[in-house]
Design a protein around this ligand. Structure first.
Ligand SMILES: Nc1ncnc2c1ncn2[C@@H]1O[C@H](COP(=O)(O)OP(=O)(O)OP(=O)(O)O)[C@@H](O)[C@H]1O
Ligand SMILES: [Mg+2]
Length: 260
């Protein structure tokens, strides 16, 4: 029986698809887990694009229309995980009345350790359908007040649906003074911040290069946080070693704090 986890945020562009592909790659390549990623954002699909999976004649759209089985629509990524992409063509939205992701999840459940659903943003039909098809949810947010408040609002809906929040993935952290701190977010939402992923050009670049940053730059701070998140989900505590420069900058901070 697999764990089914929706990667969700009310706000668009905060990193859901980025977290989904990297988490999938980490769980698959480092923890040997059987993983399938579902693109549940069919009106604005990016999952296949972010993994360089372009040639996908059989998509989740066709599965939703009942033309193919979910197994026939799976594509294997070099990291070992499988993805079920959505079409990038608007014409392929035709004839999809029911967003029956739940049926797809049920059919794939016995083949996987984790099924990760890349949700659409907001609380519209697509996002709700992904949430209703999952048992658990990872909430992605940036450290900005407005985005964090969206999580507080979304929690009411999550409770109504009965999907269990695992915790928060804080993304695009720069450390600027106007950003909310981890403790403040935890206090406001009542949820644990599982990891804090920094804003890194390598993440942005990796998206353009169509490979998870976890594969391209496994030692970047973002990748190490992804590894920690995967470890939490896999039930293995990962000790993340600090890089030489991180240790050096911490020592430097201690020295300068004595001088001021
Ligand atoms: N930690 C990060 N550092 C730098 N860039 C990032 C980071 N996380 C995500 N990005 C970039 O931000 C952009 C939006 O990310 P992504 O598409 O994953 O967001 P999303 O929440 O899935 O968006 P949507 O709501 O449209 O589905 C991408 O270009 C991605 O490379
Ligand atoms: Mg997305």
């Amino acid at each position: 029986m697999s764990r089914t986890i929706a990667v969700f945020s009310s706000k668009g562009g905060v990193g859901k698809t980025t977290i989904t592909v990297n988490l999938g790659a980490a769980l698959s390549s480092r923890f040997g887990k059987k993983i399938t990623l579902l693109d549940c954002n069919i009106t604005s699909s990016h999952l296949g694009l972010y993994l360089g999976v372009y040639y996908t004649p059989i998509t989740i759209n066709k599965v939703l229309r009942g033309e193919y089985s979910p197994e026939e629509a799976l594509y294997r990524h070099s990291s070992g995980m499988y993805i079920l992409p959505a079409s990038i063509s608007a014409a392929e939205l035709a004839g999809i009345d029911m967003l029956n992701f739940k049926d797809i999840v049920n059919k794939l459940e016995n083949l996987n350790d984790f099924i990760i659903l890349d949700s659409a943003p907001g609380l519209g039909r697509e996002a709700i359908s992904a949430l209703k098809s999952s048992k658990e949810v990872l909430l992605v947010t940036t450290p900005l007040v407005s985005t964090v408040l969206d999580i507080v609002r979304a929690q009411e809906v999550l409770r109504e649906i009965g999907v269990k929040p695992i915790g928060i993935v804080l993304n695009m952290v720069t450390g600027a003074s106007y950003e909310m701190r981890k403790e403040e977010i935890e206090q406001l939402t009542g949820l644990q911040v599982l990891v804090s992923i920094p804003y890194e050009k390598d993440v942005y670049r990796s998206t353009a290069m169509k490979q998870p940053v976890f594969i391209l730059k496994p030692n970047s701070k973002a990748s190490r946080e992804i590894l920690r998140l995967a470890g939490i989900l896999a039930g293995e505590n990962i000790e993340i070693r600090k890089s030489f420069f991180e240790k050096l900058s911490e020592k430097f901070k201690v020295v300068t704090s004595h001088l001021t």
